[in-house]
Design a protein. Structure first.
Length: 264
C-alpha cells in the first residue's frame, strides 16, 4: 500500500549537517553530502527502521512534495536506493520497498541504517559472524603476504590506538581501530578479503555509534592488537589467526553486554 512519508524522516534533514560536522569522528557517520544525499539518508533510514515495510509503495511525486524538492532530485534518490537493493521500480506497480533480504547488506550505508532499526541486534550478530570468518583468515594470510609497508601501516595504527586509549577518547580510538583492521585486510594480499574492508569498517563504526563499548578502556585491547602485529611480522600463522579470533570474540561479548535489556 501507499504510505505517507513520516515527519520524522523529514526532520533528519535538519540533523545531517550536525552529523557531518564530526567527519570521521562519528562511527557510521552519514557519508552523503548535499540536499540529494541528505534525502537519501532520510529515506534509507526510514525504510531500514521499518517505517516503510516490504511491499509499501513510494510515490515519487508525494515524496518530492514532502521534501520540497523536484522530481529530478527524487528520481536520483530512488536510483541510489535501488542500487542498494532497498527499492524496486516496475511499470504499473511503481516503486516499492523490497524485503530486507534483497538489500545489499554489505553496503556500509545499509549497515548503518539497519543498526538503528528493528533488525539492530540481528545485524550485530551477523556482523560479528562476518568479522569472525574474515579477520582471522586475513591475519593468517598476512603472515606470508606482508610487506615492510603493510607492517608499518599496522604499527602506525596500533600506536594511534594506544594514544587514543591513554587519552580515553573513543572517537579517536575507533578511527585508529578502523585503520588497523583495514591495514590487516590489505596486508593479507587477498583482493577479495580486502574488498570486505568497507563492511567491516561499518561494523566497527556502528559499535561506537550505538555506544556498545566498555565504560573503561582496557589495555588488553592494545596488547592483543600488538600480538597480531608481532605474529604477522614473525610469520606465525597460528598465533596471528588465534589472536585475531580472540579479539572478535571479546568484541562480541562486550557488545552483547552493552545492549539494552531484552536485545542481547
Amino acid at each position: 500500500m501507499t504510505m505517507p512519508w513520516p515527519s520524522a524522516a523529514r526532520s533528519r534533514l535538519g540533523q545531517q549537517s550536525d552529523d557531518a560536522d564530526g567527519g570521521r569522528q562519528l562511527a557510521g557517520a552519514n557519508s552523503f553530502r548535499g540536499l540529494h544525499g541528505q534525502i537519501v539518508e532520510a529515506v534509507g533510514l526510514s525504510i531500514a527502521s521499518g517505517v516503510h515495510s516490504s511491499g509499501d509503495q513510494i510515490v515519487p511525486e508525494s515524496l518530492g512534495e514532502d521534501f520540497e524538492v523536484s522530481r529530478t532530485v527524487i528520481r536520483e534518490v530512488l536510483k541510489v536506493l535501488e542500487a542498494k537493493g532497498m527499492v524496486q521500480a516496475r511499470p504499473r506497480t511503481g516503486t516499492r520497498v523490497r524485503p530486507s533480504n534483497d538489500w545489499n547488506l554489505l553496503d556500509p550505508d545499509v549497515i548503518r541504517w539497519r543498526s538503528i532499526g528493528d533488525e539492530s541486534a540481528q545485524q550485530l550478530e551477523e556482523l560479528l559472524g562476518l568479522r569472525s570468518a574474515i579477520e582471522p583468515l586475513a591475519a593468517r594470510q598476512a603472515c606470508q603476504a606482508r610487506t615492510p609497508e603493510s607492517l608499518a601501516r599496522l604499527r602506525s595504527a596500533l600506536e594511534a590506538m594506544s594514544d587514543a586509549s591513554d587519552a580515553k577518547d573513543w572517537a579517536w580510538f575507533t578511527n585508529a581501530d578502523v585503520d588497523f583492521h583495514r591495514a590487516l585486510l590489505v596486508a593479507s594480499g587477498n583482493m577479495i578479503v580486502e574488498q570486505l574492508a568497507d563492511p567491516i569498517e561499518a561494523a566497527l563504526r556502528v559499535r561506537f555509534q550505538q555506544n556498545l563499548v566498555p565504560r573503561e578502556f582496557k589495555r588488553e585491547a592494545i596488547e592483543s592488537h600488538r600480538a597480531i602485529v608481532d605474529a604477522v611480522e614473525a610469520r606465525d600463522e597460528r598465533e596471528a589467526e588465534l589472536t585475531s579470533r580472540r579479539i572478535v570474540d571479546v568484541a562480541g561479548m562486550e557488545i552483547m553486554a552493552s545492549l539494552p535489556p531484552g536485545q542481547g
